[in-house]
Design a protein around this ligand. Sequence first.
Ligand SMILES: Nc1ncnc2c1ncn2[C@@H]1O[C@H](COP(=O)(O)OP(=O)(O)OP(=O)(O)O)[C@@H](O)[C@H]1O
Ligand SMILES: [Mg+2]
Length: 247
Amino acid sequence: MTGLLRMESVTAGYAADIDILRKLTLSVPAGQITGLIGLNGAGKSTLMKTICGFLRAKAGTITFDGADITAIEPHTLVSRGIWYIPQESSLFPYLSVEHNLRLPLETLVRGSAGLGRAAAEQRFDEVLTEFPALRAKLKSQAGDLSGGQQKMLEFAKAHAVRPRLCLIDEPSIGLAPKIAGEVYRWIDVFSGTGMGILLVDHNVRRVVKMAGYIYVLSLGEISAEGRRTDFEGDLHEQVKAWLGVNF
Ligand SMILES: Nc1ncnc2c1ncn2[C@@H]1O[C@H](COP(=O)(O)OP(=O)(O)OP(=O)(O)O)[C@@H](O)[C@H]1O
Ligand SMILES: [Mg+2]
């Protein structure tokens, strides 16, 4: 299967002698949500860090839009059109909300992406229209926002950048249901614009509902994969058994 992003037989780990991801093959197409589910410690976040180049693949290849990005430098992600919303915060807590929002746009203006300054300014205004709660907090330190507001700022940054691929790791963790609903709505909006999305979420039921294609990661290997409809049959039972969850 082709895809916007493709991992081909990728092996990666933090220590030379311990592989966390083992010969992992996965595709993320454009304009669709691809779900990744697995138990705690299965390697879901490690997979995203490997795509972003925070962790070097020991073997295998990663391609984005046909280009080899196996050894990508993380600081080049934004200009290539890849955005990562990590499980932990990516905000600068001591910088203002405005500064946090402007930083990625500035990277696009200065980098090879070729975004004009006027266009960046327009995007900044648009984002504040889409995320009105942030407008009132522009001068606040990002670290002083509530957990829900911080997550909204993460999504506002992604919205400003308009990547072609967005990796989203556990976006709803610790959030009130109303904010979690907002987060999922934004993920749908993003994919509706043609963005490719790789979504990791402990809420298996939600992933199966939103994703067009789902991978199950067990101890660093893809143990099952399929379309949403496949999960309604046998695979559904298997995944339930493997993950020990009901969905
Ligand atoms: N920085 C690190 N150094 C060494 N080992 C790590 C590091 N980060 C994660 N690991 C190990 O890699 C394995 C996979 O961790 P990872 O965080 O990718 O799992 P996960 O599927 O994202 O889990 P969770 O659902 O809890 O977020 C675990 O055994 C973990 O202890
Ligand atoms: Mg994780």
